[in-house]
Design a protein around this ligand. Structure first.
Ligand SMILES: [Zn+2]
Length: 501
């Protein structure tokens, strides 16, 4: 029968009612064993899971016996930084990430209401949630006069701004206490602000005050913040980043378990690499960059000169991709002089280019056995700490590295546990609703991948090499990644705290 008029068009070509992904091993994100079956979704929501037959008119996708998991949730992400320029978020979606949480390390794009409005219009390929950054608020209130404790009035002013950002939808408060300006705050300032987040059932995430020299004091501090402000606290990218701390993972887990037994909801996230990325300045907590004894200590105990790889160096781009050891040969000086000299030159450049970063470094400071033990802790979820255009390979490979290197090759945990640590545990730690598991009523954020081949390929030398084995990714029911390419689904949403039940 021919279609005579537009009225009957829908009867001739009925629109797909929904989508059914058949022939998959469903790993639902809860940690439960994989089951064979199908998953059906309509629009943005999952409507059936398990022994499901496609409905008439459904588009049917044969999953080929691969694993279907909830989309990965990246609880500590810097992918937000370039999202307006790169809304298809290649580095993130290609490793199976469907939700990113920004505003970490004490910094966020202020004011959040405007940031979220802009993102809502741009519609990136993944979902985005934010924390409100303490450092951002501290700068707004104290300006350049931040190298001191804040007065009571200044803390009050920060609290007002924080409340505004929480009302805009921030998940809670983030701090970066190893960075300027957060490093100059005292504990009472942070607790006062954490209480503002606690009052609206928000959370606290922290790049703690020290990941090396003053590590144990910093752990005691985040526990105290959880105890006194009475809110969930999460250690961002937990690590033991100093030679003398190597081997202390068991002791750390014992301390954290002790705090949990006391009733403090302390958790952590981690990225699966033995090297971090930051600025060279962070290596000098007293901020005396001309202190030669300190420079020698850094190179002896925190990162060797050959383990300090310069990612970005605006004043002299020829140094990019070289280690401090190599640069010291180029400059015919010892490594400590090079370390101090690079910081000095970067600071001069930054002074001439306000608001821009003069340098970045990838530094090898962690030990593999510690990384494994910390990622195995029941309360640790996986994060990337990565960026869309960063110098650290985690921006393109953190989640696939866990699945390939640590789960398949080293078998440090079952696949179902790894998926849980990328999905439901992450959603719980962030307070994100309706995501992180495959179940009826959840949003259709899904990843189809091959557990036999999934692998990361990004390295410090080639940080933007795309992972393999992630076959297809859906965000809110629409495909955003397929067969090695981004698809302009652009179906991501802004996730606001008060949208949670
Ligand atoms: Zn950090």
């Amino acid at each position: 029968m021919a279609c005579a008029s537009a009225l009957f068009l829908s009867a001739c070509h009925p629109p797909a009612l929904g989508t059914t992904i058949t022939n998959v091993r469903i790993i639902d994100g809860t940690g439960a064993p994989a089951v064979s079956g199908s998953v059906r979704f309509i629009g943005d929501s999952i409507v059936a899971v398990g022994l499901v037959r496609p409905a008439r008119g459904d588009s049917v996708i044969d999953g080929g016996g691969l694993v279907l998991a909830p989309g990965f949730i990246d609880t500590h992400s810097h992918h937000t930084g370039d999202l307006l320029a790169m809304p298809e978020a290649l580095g993130a979606v290609s490793q199976g990430i469907t939700t990113i949480v920004g505003g970490n390390d004490g910094g966020h794009a202020y004011p959040l209401a405007a940031t979220m409005d802009t993102l809502g219009k741009i519609r990136p390929s993944l979902n985005v949630a934010y924390y409100a950054g303490h450092g951002t608020l501290r700068r707004l209130v104290m300006g350049d006069d931040f190298k001191r404790k804040a007065t009571a009035l200044e803390v009050d002013a920060m609290a007002v701004l924080l409340r505004q950002e929480l009302d805009a939808g921030a998940l809670g408060l983030s701090t970066g206490l190893e960075y300027d300006p957060g490093i100059y705050s005292d504990r009472s300032e942070v607790i006062a602000l954490a209480k503002v987040a606690a009052a609206v059932k928000g959370r606290y995430v922290s790049h703690i005050r020290s990941e090396d020299r003053d590590f144990w004091d910093s752990i005691e501090e985040i526990i105290a913040i959880g105890r006194e402000a009475k809110l969930p606290v999460q250690i961002s990218h937990v690590k033991l980043a100093m030679l003398s701390l190597w081997g202390d993972a068991d002791s750390l887990v014992a301390v954290l378990e002790g705090a949990r037994a006391e009733g403090i909801d302390i958790t952590a996230d981690i990225y699966p690499y033995p090297y971090w990325q930051s600025t060279l300045t962070v290596l000098f907590p007293a901020r005396d960059f001309a202190d030669r004894a300190e420079a020698n200590k850094v190179l002896r105990e925190i990162a060797r000169p050959e383990g300090l790889l310069i990612g970005h160096f605006a004043a002299h781009p020829a140094y990019e991709g070289k280690t401090v050891a190599e640069i010291s040969v180029m400059r015919s000086e010892n490594a400590a002089s090079t370390l101090m000299g690079l910081i000095r030159e970067a600071l001069v450049w930054e002074k001439a280019h306000p608001g821009r970063d003069g340098e970045s470094v990838v530094a090898t400071s962690m030990d593999e056995p510690d990384i494994v033990k910390l990622m195995q802790w029941d309360q640790t979820n996986i994060c990337s700490d990565g960026a869309l255009d960063g110098a650290h390979p985690r921006g393109f490979g953190a989640f696939t590295r866990l699945l390939g290197r640590y789960v398949r090759e080293q078998q440090v945990m079952p696949l179902e546990t790894a998926i849980m640590k990328m999905t439901s545990l992450s959603a719980i730690h962030m307070g994100i609703a309706r995501r992180g598991t495959i179940a009826t009523g959840q949003f259709a954020d899904l990843v189809l991948f091959d557990p036999a081949t999934v692998a990361d390929h990004a390295t410090p030398a080639e940080p933007h090499r795309v992972s393999t084995g992630i076959v297809r990714v859906w965000v809110n029911g629409r495909t955003v990644w397929r067969d090695g390419q981004t698809v302009a689904g652009r179906s991501g949403r802004v996730i606001r705290r008060h949208a949670a039940p």
